[in-house]
Design a protein. Structure first.
Length: 378
């Protein structure tokens, strides 16, 4: 009808309200985070609550407990009533995403939700493509369906896995992409759909191209956390040996707490742009192993080579690290080294935690946790 055609651009059909101007709308500080139960989601929630935001998160229904990283924030609820709320949802469910956005009316959306394990993506390629690739499209379209494309600022969790096979180092915003896994390829779609919606609909949408970032809250099957846990357990005699895949892969490892601050900074600029966050240093997996055991006073000597290589505890001669080819990937990303110059210059962002401090913090946290478990059992 003509009445329908007369609907002004600022009228949101779904919310059935006349929206205030984007400037007015953004005076509220309301964040919606997909992937809130993950490593980055928990640090970002803490960061935004401290900045005075109301924080909403999308949580998947699970038969087991999946909010352990957010537990301490629930405990804080009495001090900050109505500031933190979780909504059941999934990046594979468009209707649900529209409903959550309409309900929350966020000013900023951080899309951190993903099947984020590179090795697992080879086994669950279609699912990873659906959630990590199309899931990003669903979220962007949900924003448009709600009529909020000029009001909401959108952060996409892009990744150094986009670079994949080495084209140049260090890798920056202008380095071309060559993903090496179904995960990387799915994230490539997400990267470009974010750029496309920015250009097509004038959305404030940014890609943060983040290099690896870790913490004591890192998922236990990622290599750093697997090593820090094993080092703690082996030092206490609770585990004999750590089995790893490619010891020579090199990564640019930072601390997750530093990186979530960069995500927020990307959404506070005049105009949306894409940024690399990295430390500008690269270290092999092997060095992470040596440093992690080093924190506990255990020195490693390597012997043998290739898949026969072993790490020996110099003090007692025991084999404490072995290669298990089951952890090799069908295609590997051998070297990542990021150039964070643009973020440093335009966002004033810089990583604070260096490599040695990161390893130390992770190992000490796992040692503490392992010791309390032993005490609980006694
Ligand atoms: P995690 O694996 O720790 O967290 C992933 C989050 O996504 C979890 O909350 C998970 O929920 C959620 N999730 C998984 N599948 C779905 C789905 N179908 N619908 C909705 N939510 C889903 O990842 P990180 O915190 O380490 O990383 C955050 C984001 O940043 C990810 O997108 C990752 O790919 C990306 N990234 C990470 C880097 C890193 O080094 N950490 C570097 C660059 C990018 P549940 O808890 O229920 O499993
Ligand atoms: P990555 O992280 O693939 O870089 O993706 P991961 O810690 O899984 O692997 C890093 C490197 O270590 C090698 N490796 C092993 N990896 C695992 N998981 N387990 C092992 O036993 C093992 N042995 C050696 C791997 O081959 C690889 O080279 C992470 C994820 O957080 C992504 O979501 C994110 O986008 C990128 O970082 C940047």
């Amino acid at each position: 009808s003509s009445q329908h055609l007369d609907v002004p651009a600022t009228f949101s059909p779904l919310l059935s309200i006349k929206l205030p101007s984007p400037e007015e709308y953004r005076k509220r500080k309301v964040a919606l985070i997909s992937g809130i139960t993950g490593q980055d989601g928990s640090y970002l929630t803490e960061f935004l609550l401290d900045k005075g935001y109301e924080v909403h998160g999308v949580i998947r229904r699970s038969s087991s407990f999946n909010t352990s990283r957010l537990q301490h924030l629930y405990a804080d609820q009495h001090e900050r009533p109505n500031k933190f709320k979780l909504h059941y949802g999934d990046l594979s469910d468009s209707t649900n995403l529209v409903y959550i956005i309409a309900q929350v009316q966020p000013t900023e959306i951080y899309n951190l939700g993903a099947q984020s394990h590179v090795k697992v993506s080879f086994e669950m390629a279609e699912y990873t493509g659906d959630v990590d690739g199309l899931g990003t499209l669903r979220l962007l379209d949900a924003i448009r369906t709600c009529g909020l494309e000029k009001h909401v600022r959108f952060y996409q969790a892009s990744t150094s896995e986009l670079y994949g096979k080495v084209v140049e180092t260090p890798q920056s915003e202008t380095t071309s992409f060559y993903p090496r896994s179904p995960y990387g390829v799915a994230k490539l779609y997400a990267y470009w759909i974010t750029v496309n919606y920015r250009e097509a609909y004038g959305m404030y949408a940014c890609n943060g191209i983040l290099f690896n970032h870790e913490s004591p809250r890192r998922g236990r099957t990622f290599v750093t956390r697997k090593i820090s846990r094993a080092a703690a357990d082996i030092s206490l005699g609770k585990q004999q040996c750590l089995y790893l895949g490619n010891l020579d892969a090199r990564r640019d490892w930072g601390h997750a707490r530093d990186y979530v601050e960069g995500m927020w900074k990307m959404l506070q600029q005049e105009a949306p742009e894409d940024f690399v966050l990295a430390t500008g240093e690269t270290h092999p997996v092997r060095e992470f192993v040596e440093k992690a055991f080093g924190v506990l006073g255990i020195q490693i000597r390597w012997q043998g080579s290739g898949i026969k290589e072993e790490g020996i505890n110099v003090q007692n001669g025991k084999v404490i690290v072995k290669v298990d080819t089951g952890y090799f990937r069908p295609a590997e990303v051998e070297l990542l080294l990021g150039d964070p110059t643009k973020a440093e210059r335009l966002l004033g962002w810089k990583r604070k935690v260096d490599f040695d401090s990161l390893v130390k913090e992770m190992v000490e946290a796992d040692l503490q946790a392992a010791k309390s478990l032993v005490e609980d059992q006694n």
